[in-house]
Design a protein around this ligand. Sequence first.
Ligand code: TXA
Ligand code: MG
Length: 327
Amino acid sequence: MQTYYFREDELSQAGAMLAKGECVAFPTETVYGLGANALDAKAVQRIFAAKGRPSDNPLIVHIPSKEWLSQLVVDFTETSQKLMETFWPGPLTLVFKKSERVPAEVTAGLDTVAIRIPSHSWARAILKGAGVPIAAPSANRSGTPSATTWEAVAEDLDGRVAGIVCGPPTEIGLESTVVDATLSPPRILRPGKITYEELAKVVPEIRDYEPALKGGEESTEIRYKNSPGLRHQHYRPRARVILLNDCEPLENASLSDRSCYIGLDEPLDRSRYLKCTVVGDIESYGERLFDTFREADRMGADCIVCQTVPRTGLGTALMDRLTRAAG
Ligand code: TXA
Ligand code: MG
């Protein structure tokens, strides 16, 4: 398949291609998404084929405004009302009871559907142009790090999708926070840019995301049932990811001479690394993480040393991606 590369003045054409049932990748404020008409089961199947995504992993549906919700969901909880008012448009995905119009392909057979309104101006223009709700997982091959630049999308999906929109690099770099507001109390299923602390200001009873490490068998089972995507491998570069809890011990150990580094602090010895990415704060760490993984792979690195951060605020999402990447 020949992939068409859309420029900034061709967003309405990108929308039209989506409306015809094709797959088009486009930028959002979090990561690039690979879109298709969420009401067209055949179009949605093309997403799974292009990504090599397991069909039991449901997709997020993207809409340009709240008026579009009524065709997709059957009822809102008071919690979801409050969260929508506070955090939409933006990097928060909410899980609702789905309407009959949403095909089982989108939700992997669940009776719920995950929805968000992106804040990115390009994404909004494309969604309006398409005129239909757009299902869009991250625009990467299944299992690899999410794409934060159009070049990264092209690396994974050139020749496998009808179109790629050549937008700017994404500002956030980590995927949206997923909250299941059909549960009582509501629960964070995937940590992201909107933090537990911010959510709890609006919905004090909300349950924080529990990393698999903490939960026993039973809670793992419940979580997988509610968010099947968490069961699959994610965010893995080819290079081995090593987490650095405390600079000293690992940096003193023998490291391959084809290693890269990312962290908030200077490494003990820069000269040991092919490339060092020292970031100023946790926001920039999130913004740079996936691109650093991809760049390390392009350089042929065999290991990436990543400094860990405290699991609070945005650190929860960052540590989630880091621990998954490290396997
Ligand atoms: O920031 C983002 O959310 C990006 C951009 C493109 O919007 N999208 C994204 O999609 O990260 P994806 O497919 O990589 O992740 C979707 C997550 C998965 O963890 C999936 O299990 C969960 O959302 N999910 C989707 N539908 C669900 C549902 N009905 N119930 C629970 N979890 C659901
Ligand atoms: Mg993904």
